[in-house]
Design a protein around this ligand. Structure first.
Ligand code: ADE
Length: 251
């Protein structure tokens, strides 16, 4: 069970996006919980303001420290009341962070509670980030208008690794990035479509042969499309692993 807490100015955006399809079902069945905390609810400003101009000048507004800190404090106090462990990772979504990847998703899926902090405008006052943030994470080298979509991307990737969320546990294992390889190609009915045939081996009923073919496809694809992942895989598995020797002979 993982509880996701999202500190945001747009709670309806994340709640709508994360309560559909597989994650919606996982919430209903209590494998995960997702709450959005509206940072604006914690501002002490009587007009509900949460942002202000930056010291030193420059374009754009900055989210102020006080409402962000108080929203975080409310969530952590609630977590502490239920959990002996007081520490909870706080992930700030920012293009300045380290890049998100599958291994980090695996690591975070072990946590009982995760807090995501979504910034807007030109960002958040540095002082509150220094006080509460444990991880600064980017989802890629491009700049989005806010941290909500990145938080949703991360939560989707993490939640599907929480036990019970996916029906068929196999699908979390045999897929792109499991063991650092890309997934093999897959086919469904009909056998012939637009004159294209499903590879004969998949219709043979010989499971060992099918598995060997899939492994070979994964290796070949990874080598061609993501040489960086292929090289890392070779290093981990040793250059003389059986499947790679076979592939080398073929190519
Ligand atoms: N906020 C804006 N752009 C982002 C990105 N690429 N990753 C994470 N958070 C962001």
């Amino acid at each position: 069970m993982t509880n996701f807490h999202i500190l945001t100015l747009f709670p309806e955006m994340v709640m709508q996006g994360l309560h559909t399809s597989i994650l919606g079902r996982a919430v209903e069945r209590k494998y995960i919980s997702i709450e959005a905390v509206n940072i604006r609810d914690y501002t002490l400003d009587k007009h509900g303001k949460v942002d202000d101009y930056t010291y030193g000048g420059g374009a754009g507004m900055l989210m102020q420290a006080q409402p962000v800190y108080d929203a975080w404090k409310a969530v952590t106090d609630r977590i502490a009341a239920r959990q002996a462990k007081r520490f909870c990772r706080v992930i700030y979504m920012t293009p300045q962070g380290r890049t998100f990847h599958q291994e980090l998703a695996q690591e975070l899926a072990q946590e009982e509670d995760l807090i995501f902090l979504c910034g807007h405008y030109e960002g958040i006052d540095e002082r509150v980030l220094e006080e509460i943030v444990t991880d600064e994470i980017s989802i890629g080298d491009y700049v989005l208008t806010g941290g909500e979509l990145p938080a949703m991307v991360m939560i989707d990737a993490i939640a599907r690794l929480v036990p019970g969320v996916l029906h068929n546990t196999d699908s979390a294992v045999t897929e792109s990035f499991y063991d650092g390889l890309l997934e093999y190609p897959q086919y469904s009915r009909p056998e012939i479509w637009h004159d294209r045939r499903v590879p004969a081996i998949l219709l043979s009923g010989d499971h060992a042969k099918v598995d060997a073919w899939r492994m070979e496809q994964s290796l070949a694809r990874t080598r061609e499309r993501r040489p960086d992942l292929y090289e890392a895989y070779c290093k981990r598995n040793g250059p003389d692993s059986k499947s790679m020797k076979k592939l080398d002979k073929k190519l």
